[in-house]
Ligand binder design. Structure first.
Ligand SMILES: Nc1ncnc2c1ncn2[C@@H]1O[C@H](COP(=O)(O)OP(=O)(O)OP(=O)(O)O)[C@@H](O)[C@H]1O
Length: 357
């Protein structure tokens, strides 16, 4: 396995820029999720890394070997990159074993032990080796596709929205199996997704792309807790955003006085909280702010309670437990933990806390 380093990568289709100056380093043996809205350039970046397309400028390197840019354009099949497409892309006329051993040298193809090891790696029973792809579930097909990609011990594995065609239950189970297989094989991997839960739960680091630019690259916890701007905040989870006046590190907003993270300048700001930071109790609690419930969405494991604050602002709280308030109830709201404050400029826009990557 190798590390992956992308530097100043730029690509346009005709006159439309699709990627602009993307810098990305994926350490050896780690998984990076490329996260972004539809059309932001995720697949294009993956294709440039794989060698299916050439960049206009910038470089792609596997370890210290440049495979694209600076006058080099190593062919896709010579990059030693494994690829897992959206819907498996298994060869329908080959068995599972035939698919997995397809990219192996002829001598190794007859080695049944290698296929069994790879099936075990992706959490599938060896008895599936003789089946045809159409005799497998969608999740099993994706695991076979990963086994096929890992078979020739590639320097890098690219996964292009590999779970998007699976239903919710199968998706979670397949994600866990794929994660475990990637870790066990020590693979360096890049996963394209527009699903924030997938990115946060699977990746060592998340690269957030917006309009062809990398706007933030960090570990999942930091991304969720300290997004660089409010758009990233809303993209990686539900956000409670309120206008505030910051004084001495405390934000005064419709939820009362809330301590801010880090050093924050005094002045107008927009503060970010997450819905799970809001605690609800029966109204009448001394000193607590009162809000009216105008909706409850029950999910089983937890619920979203939609609230209207006294100034008319609407916010969502995520609460667990079966003892939920009813629509129309007044509840006391307290805030747990700190808020992230984004200063507001003269035009009333919130200012990012960090430059783009
Ligand atoms: N071959 C092409 N020719 C012209 N435009 C293209 C080509 N491939 C992609 N694009 C455009 O480049 C932009 C980025 O596309 P890309 O497929 O990389 O986005 P994406 O983030 O992967 O989107 P999605 O999540 O919907 O797959 C889009 O506006 C798309 O229309």
């Amino acid at each position: 396995m190798s590390s992956l380093t992308v530097q100043a990568l730029t690509k346009a289709f005709g006159t439309t820029p699709v990627l602009t100056g993307v810098d990305l380093h994926v350490p050896e043996g780690s998984l990076t999720a490329l996260l972004g809205a539809s059309g932001c350039g995720k697949t294009t970046l993956l294709r440039l890394i794989a060698g299916f397309d050439d960049p206009d400028a910038g470089t792609v390197a596997l370890g210290d070997r440049i495979v694209a840019g600076e006058g080099r354009a190593v062919a896709a099949r010579r990059r030693g990159i494994g690829f897992v497409p959206q819907e498996g892309g298994l060869f329908p006329h080959l068995t599972v074993a035939g698919n997995i051993s397809f990219g192996l040298p002829r001598r190794q193809r007859r080695d049944g032990g290698r296929v069994r090891d790879l099936l075990e790696l992706v959490g599938l029973d060896a008895s599936l080796a003789d089946r045809s792809p159409h005799q497998l579930s969608g999740g099993q097909q994706q695991r076979v596709a990963l086994a096929r990609a890992l078979a020739p011990a590639p320097s890098l594995v690219l996964l292009d929205e590999p779970f998007s065609s699976l239903d919710a239950g199968l998706r979670e189970e397949t994600r866990q199996a794929v994660s475990a297989a990637l870790v066990a094989s020590g693979a360096t991997a890049v996963l394209v997704t527009h699903d924030q839960a997938e990115a946060l739960s699977m990746a060592d680091q998340v690269a957030v792309l917006r309009s062809g630019r990398l706007v933030q690259l960090t570990d999942p916890r930091t991304l969720y807790r300290s997004p660089r701007d409010l758009d990233v905040a809303a993209f990686v989870g539900e956000a409670v955003v309120l206008d505030a006046d910051v004084r001495g590190g405390t934000a005064h907003c419709a939820l009362g006085a809330v301590r801010c993270d880090g050093d924050v300048a005094d002045g107008p700001a927009r503060v970010l909280l997450r819905p799970e930071q809001l605690r609800l109790a029966p109204s009448g609690q001394a000193g607590a702010l009162v809000a009216r419930v105008h909706g409850v969405d029950f999910y089983g494991h937890d619920s979203r309670v939609r609230l209207v604050l006294s100034d008319g602002a609407t916010v969502n709280a995520r609460v667990d437990g079966a003892d939920l308030p009813a629509v129309g109830d007044d509840v006391a709201v307290t805030v747990r933990g700190t808020a992230l404050a984004f200063p507001v400029d003269a035009a009333g826009r919130s200012v990012p806390l960090q430059p783009s990557v």
